[in-house]
Design a protein around this ligand. Structure first.
Ligand code: ARG
Length: 457
C-alpha cells in the first residue's frame, strides 16, 4: 500500500473497512475544477511571496493543467486510498512532477482547502439555480400572455372566493420566484469570502498574502477569522434554506396544477408530452411531473434538515463530521434544478380549458364581495345585506344577478338598477382596481413590469 500523504507518524495502514467508510472521493470528486482553481491561485501566491520559486510554480501550474485535462477526458484514476479530491489531485501531481509539487501544500490545510472549493462550487451552483428560476419566471409570464382576459375562480380555504384574472394568479408565482432568486443572491454575497490561508484553524506564521488569493478567486475578501473560516457551514445552511423555500413554492405550484388537471376542476389540459399513463388503467393521463415536483420538495427540505442536524452541537473548528456536508448540498442543487426545469417545461405545455372554466364561473357567488362594496353603507351592514341576498339566491337556486330589483329592494331599499353593473363575474372583476388588485388594468401594469424586467418580447 502507498504511504498516505499524512503517513509519517503511522506504523500501520488503515484497514479496508475504515478506508471505505472514511473516503469521500466517491462524491467530492465533483469539486475537482474548483480544487484546481484554488491550487493555481495558491501556487501563484506562494511564488509571489517568495515561498516557492517561479520555476516550481510553473511546473505546478503545468501539472495542474494536465491533471484537469485528464480528469475531463476521463483518463484520471480516482483512488479511494487517497481519500478525497484534495489528496487525489495533490498526490497525482507529486507522481507527475515530483519535488516541486510537494511545496504546494505550504501554508494550506485540507480544512481551508475544502471550504475554498466548496464555496466556489456553491457560488457557481447559486448562479445556475438563479438562472433556472428566471427561466421558470419567463415561462409563467409567457403562459400569462397567452391567456389574456381569462377569469378564473380565486379560492380561499379551497372554497370559491372572488374572481381573479388567470394572469394575476400566475404572476403571484412569478413574485414568489423573484424573492427566491433574491434570497439566493443575498446568500451569494455572504458566502463570497475566502477561507484559503486559514490553514488548519490557527492561520500561519508564513508570510502569505491572503488578499491575493482571495482576489484571484473572485472573492470579496479573505475571511477575517481563521477559526471561523474552517468551522463555518452557515453558507450552506443558508443556501439550502433558500433552496427549500423554492422547493416549497414549487410544491404549491405543483399542487395547484395537479388539482386543476383533475376531472373535478378540469381547468387545464397538460399535453401528452408532459403526462404519463397507467400500467393498468388504459384511460389514464396523469400529471406526474408536477406530482414529482411536489414530492421532490421533501428531498430538498430533508437535505437542509440533514445539514442542520449535522452542525448541531459541533465544537469549533473542523470535525470530520463535516465531510458529510457535501452530499446533501449536491443533492439539493441537483433536485432543485430538475424541479425548476420541469416546472417550466410543464408551463409551456398546458392549455387552459376556457369553455369549461367559463361554465364553472357562475357558481359560488364570486361577485358577492363586490356587491357588498357597492352599497356604500358601513361594511358590516352591507356584509349582512349581501349575506341575506345570497341566502335568497340559495333558496331560489339562482345567481345574485338573477335577482330582480324588487327582490333586492325587499332585502334593502338602497339597491338601485346600477347594481347590475356590479354583478356577474365580468363586471365584478373590473371593480378591483386599486394597486395590486386583479382588475385588468392593474394586471396589465404588472405584466408590463415583468415583461420588461425579464426582457420578454
Ligand atoms: N474530505 C474532507 C472533508 O470533506 C477534507 C478535510 C479533511 N480534513 C481533515 N483534517 N481530515 O471534510
Amino acid at each position: 500500500k502507498e504511504n498516505k500523504l499524512w503517513g509519517g507518524r503511522f506504523e500501520e495502514s488503515v484497514t479496508d473497512v475504515v478506508e471505505r467508510f472514511t473516503e469521500s472521493i466517491s462524491f467530492d470528486k465533483v469539486l475537482y475544477k474548483h480544487d484546481i482553481m484554488g491550487s493555481r491561485a495558491h501556487a501563484s501566491m506562494l511564488a509571489k511571496q517568495g515561498l516557492m520559486s517561479a520555476s516550481d510554480r510553473d511546473s505546478i501550474l503545468k501539472g495542474l493543467d494536465e491533471i484537469e485535462r485528464r480528469i475531463e477526458k476521463g483518463e484520471f484514476v480516482w483512488r479511494t486510498d487517497r481519500e478525497d479530491v484534495h489528496m487525489n489531485i495533490e498526490a497525482a501531481l507529486i507522481d507527475m512532477i515530483g519535488e516541486p509539487a510537494k511545496k504546494l501544500h505550504t501554508a494550506r490545510s485540507r480544512n481551508d482547502q475544502v471550504l475554498t472549493d466548496f464555496r466556489l462550487w456553491c457560488r457557481d451552483a447559486i448562479d445556475s439555480v438563479v438562472e433556472r428560476v428566471k427561466h421558470l419566471q419567463v415561462a409563467l409570464v409567457k403562459l400569462a400572455l397567452k391567456n389574456e382576459g381569462l377569469i378564473v375562480p380565486g379560492y380561499t380555504h379551497l372554497q370559491r372566493a372572488q374572481p381573479v384574472l388567470l394572469q394575476h394568479l400566475l404572476l403571484a408565482f412569478v413574485e414568489q420566484l423573484e424573492r427566491d432568486a433574491g434570497r439566493l443572491l443575498d446568500c451569494r454575497v455572504r458566502l463570497n469570502f475566502c477561507p484559503l490561508g486559514a490553514c488548519a484553524l490557527a492561520g500561519t506564521g508564513l508570510p502569505i498574502d491572503r488578499f491575493m488569493t482571495s482576489e484571484a478567486l473572485g472573492f470579496t475578501a479573505p475571511m477575517r477569522n481563521s477559526i471561523d473560516a474552517v468551522s463555518d457551514r452557515d453558507f450552506v445552511l443558508e443556501f439550502l434554506s433558500a433552496n427549500s423555500i423554492i422547493a416549497i413554492h414549487l410544491s404549491r405550484l405543483g399542487e395547484e396544477w395537479v388539482l386543476w388537471a383533475s376531472e373535478e376542476f378540469g381547468f387545464i389540459t397538460p399535453s401528452d408530452s408532459v403526462s404519463t399513463g397507467s400500467s393498468i388503467m388504459p384511460q389514464k393521463k396523469n400529471p406526474d411531473p408536477m406530482e414529482l415536483v411536489r414530492g421532490k420538495s421533501a428531498r430538498v427540505v430533508g437535505d437542509l434538515v440533514t445539514l442542520l442536524t449535522l452542525c448541531k452541537g459541533l465544537p469549533l473548528a473542523y470535525n470530520r463530521d463535516l465531510q458529510e456536508d457535501k452530499e446533501p448540498v449536491f443533492d439539493s442543487v441537483k433536485t432543485i434544478l430538475g424541479m425548476l426545469e420541469v416546472s417550466a417545461e410543464f408551463a409551456q405545455n398546458i392549455t387552459f380549458n376556457q369553455d369549461r372554466i367559463k361554465k364553472a364561473l357562475p357558481a359560488g357567488y364570486l361577485d358577492a364581495t363586490t356587491l357588498a362594496d357597492y352599497l356604500g353603507v358601513p361594511f358590516r351592514t352591507s356584509h349582512d345585506i349581501v349575506g341575506r341576498s345570497v341566502a335568497l339566491c340559495d333558496s331560489k337556486n339562482c345567481q345574485l344577478r338573477d335577482l330582480s330589483l324588487d327582490e333586492l329592494k325587499s332585502i334593502n331599499p338602497m339597491f338601485d338598477k346600477d347594481v347590475y353593473d356590479y354583478l356577474g363575474v365580468e363586471n365584478s372583476i373590473e371593480k378591483f382596481c386599486s394597486y395590486g388588485s386583479t382588475g385588468s388594468s392593474c394586471v396589465a401594469d404588472q405584466l408590463s413590469y415583468w415583461t420588461a424586467k425579464l426582457e420578454i418580447s
